[in-house]
Structure formats: structure tokens, C-alpha cells
Write a protein that binds this ligand. Structure first.
Ligand code: HEM
Ligand SMILES: *[C@@H]1O[C@H](CO)[C@@H](O)[C@H](O)[C@H]1NC(C)=O
Length: 331
């Protein structure tokens, strides 16, 4: 008996630590963790409704799918996957959408379309944060990206994080060290960081985010012919940010989430500083080469990265709220 309760006995220590682990994990459970099919009882059609709407909107405007993919990054990277990005400015606080680093985010009005249908089906049940997560997943699949499962059960923030946004979202010209450390902080390693930046295989970049590499001289890491092409797209070194001057991220397959992003980098046709920089950093270069050569491998890593991003520090249990209108906190 004395033997068993002896704390120096390795077997006792082992079972005590097992008990402790069980205790911790059940405490986390009670707190409400993300899980697959969180709405299977409370709103069985929730995921289907999101999928149907993402598909319908994609047929109306293909760029909506591109937006959902980008929104996941801009919401989840900043503090938490909590739909803080969707809050509009009020007298008390400014929207994250006004941040310079969030420039070009679009199609928010269609989130309202999706949310309204979910509210009709099951009022006060499905969070805006889960709409962001699920629509990014479904949008990526429609763009020819990988199909993957995503947990649900996120809740919505009651505040905007505009003031600290720059501590989380890197700039278009940040160093690769900054980019890697920002992702590392939320558990995304170098390999998966290189993979999720492959999202820049779709969509557009406005001239405000390009001219730094074009004037007064063309950045020597840009293919010279491509540099001339980009100067034609952005003829002025001080573009009106509101002028719709932009370049496609990937001119070969601009609406397909494929590994042309990496092939372009190898040809020195990356658009942003952080894109082209991946070719010049010994930590990221091996993955650029491997992803350029193997689309299946890119898709596998992309899916893993998107899931990690979507699970960053979620509000669960009784934290936050389920917003009724994604644009405003509940009254
Ligand atoms: C270091 C991290 C990143 C930086 C600095 C960055 C920066 C940018 C910039 C400057 C644009 C162009 C905006 C414009 O001028 O309209 C852009 C577009 C885009 N980004 Fe990123 N991005 C990063 C990571 C990501 C990640 C992780 C994703 C998704 C998983 C993503 C998805 C997109 C998409 C889809 C677009 C095209 C948007 C559209 O056409 O509407 N980005 N990004
Ligand atoms: C990055 O670009 C912005 C403009 O978008 C500029 O204000 C800033 O000085 C640039 N930073 C570096 C390190 O070049």
C-alpha cells in the first residue's frame, strides 16, 4: 500500500500525471472546444447552407471565393478567428477593414447574405467566425484547391482589434524573418507558411502595393520584362489608391489555386516583396522548389496550414457571442 502511494514510485507518478492530463482535457471540453460538425444537432443544415451560398456567389462573381480565402487570413491572424474583421466602424471603434494592410478586402456584403439565410434557418446559432472559416474552406475548393474538413464552434468577438493589427499582419514588403515569426507564433511552421502564401496564386494586387518595387528603379529581383509589364499596369509612382489599377497575382491561371505561384517565383515573377522574398531565403527556398514541382504536395500543406490558421485561439464556451448581424456586436 505504502509502495503504491509513494510519490517516488514511477508507476504512481505515471498514473497521477495521466489523471492530471485527463482532468485538463475534460476541463477544456467543458469550456467548449472546436469540433467537427459542431452544428450537427443545433443547425444540421448550417454547413450545407454556407456551401450552397458560396457556390451560388462564385457563379455570380468568381472573385467572392478569392475573398473568402483572404478573409480567413485577415481575421484569424489578428488575435483570434472571431469575425472581428467583419465589424464595421461605430462611434466607439474603427473597423479593422480600414487598416492599410487590409486594403483591397472585398465582398463583405455577401457575408450578410449568407448570415441572413442562417438566421432564418436557426436564429442566434451559427457564428460569423464559423461563416468566415467555412466559406474560406469552400471557396478554396471551388478555386481548384484541396478539399478538407474544418472544425466549427467558434464564437464572435465583441471588439475590433484595429489598434494592434500591425503587430499580427505583416506588410507587403516585410522581411521573410518577420513573416515566418508571425506565423510561427500561431503554430504555423515554415513549410506551411510557404504553402498558405500560395493563396497568392489567385486574385489581384493594387498598384499601391506594387509601386515600391517598380519606382524609381525596378527591383532587381523582378524579371526585367515582367518589371516593364508591371510598370505598364501601374504607370504612376504615386497611384491613387482608389483607382482600380491592379495586376493579377498569377497571369497563367489567375482564378485557380495551384502551384503556378511557386513557378512564377522561380521565374522572378512574384508580385509582392514577401512573395519574391521566399525565393531568396534559404529557409523557404527548398519548399518553393518542392511546391513548384508538386501540386499535390502543395495542396496537402496548404490544407494543413488553412486548418491551423482557422483554429487560431478561437473564442469558445461562453466567451464572445453569436452575433445576429455580422457587422455589429449584439445590442
Ligand atoms: C505575409 C503575409 C501576407 C501578406 C503581407 C499579404 C499581403 C497581401 C496584399 C498586399 C494583397 C493585395 C491587396 C490589394 O492590393 O488588393 C494580398 C492579396 C491576397 N491575399 Fe495576401 N498576404 C499575406 C498572406 C496571405 C494568406 C496567408 C492568405 C490566405 C491564406 C492570403 C490571401 C490573399 C488573397 C486570396 C489575395 C487576393 C485578394 C483579392 O483578389 O481580392 N494572403 N495579400
Ligand atoms: C513598405 O511599404 C510602405 C508603403 O506601402 C512604406 O511606407 C514603407 O516604408 C515600406 N517599408 C520598407 C521597409 O520598405
Amino acid at each position: 500500500m505504502g509502495e503504491i502511494c509513494n510519490l517516488r514510485n514511477p508507476a504512481t507518478l505515471f498514473s497521477l500525471s495521466l489523471l492530471f492530463l485527463l482532468f485538463i482535457s475534460s476541463a477544456a471540453e467543458a469550456n467548449g472546444k472546436l469540433r467537427l460538425g459542431y452544428y450537427s444537432k443545433s443547425c444540421p443544415r448550417a454547413e450545407t447552407i454556407v456551401k450552397e451560398q458560396v457556390l451560388k456567389l462564385y457563379h455570380k462573381h468568381g472573385n467572392t471565393a478569392v475573398s473568402w480565402v483572404r478573409s480567413l487570413f485577415h481575421d484569424c491572424m489578428v488575435e483570434s478567428c472571431d469575425a472581428s474583421l467583419l465589424l464595421e466602424s461605430t462611434e466607439e471603434s474603427m473597423s479593422e477593414q480600414t487598416a492599410r494592410r487590409n486594403f483591397g478586402l472585398r465582398n463583405f456584403k455577401y457575408v450578410t447574405t449568407i448570415k441572413d439565410l442562417l438566421e432564418e434557418e436557426c436564429p442566434n446559432t451559427v457564428s460569423c467566425a464559423d461563416i468566415i472559416a467555412l466559406s474560406a474552406r469552400d471557396g478554396a475548393a471551388l478555386l481548384g484547391g484541396p478539399k478538407f474538413d474544418m472544425k466549427t464552434g467558434r464564437r464572435d468577438s465583441k471588439v475590433s482589434f484595429l489598434k494592434v493589427l500591425n503587430d499580427f499582419i505583416p506588410d507587403h514588403n516585410s522581411s521573410i524573418s518577420v513573416v515566418l515569426s508571425r506565423f510561427e507564433k500561431i503554430g504555423i511552421d515554415t513549410e506551411k507558411t510557404v504553402a498558405i502564401l500560395g493563396a497568392h496564386s489567385v486574385g489581384r494586387v493594387h498598384c499601391v502595393n506594387l509601386v515600391g518595387r517598380l519606382y524609381p528603379t525596378i527591383d532587381p529581383t523582378i524579371n526585367p520584362e515582367y518589371g516593364m509589364y508591371l510598370r505598364k499596369r501601374c504607370p504612376n509612382d504615386h497611384p491613387d489608391p482608389h483607382a482600380v489599377l491592379y495586376s493579377r497575382n498569377d497571369r497563367v491561371t489567375p482564378m485557380v489555386l495551384d502551384n503556378f505561384y511557386y513557378k512564377n517565383l522561380i521565374q522572378h515573377k512574384g508580385l509582392l516583396g514577401i512573395d519574391q522574398g521566399l525565393l531568396y531565403d534559404p529557409r523557404t527556398l527548398p519548399y518553393v522548389k518542392k511546391m513548384a514541382a508538386d501540386n499535390t504536395y502543395f495542396h496537402q500543406q496548404f490544407a494543413l496550414g488553412m486548418v491551423l490558421l482557422s483554429e487560431n485561439n478561437p473564442l469558445t464556451g461562453s466567451s464572445g457571442e453569436i452575433r445576429k448581424d455580422c457587422r455589429f456586436v449584439n445590442k
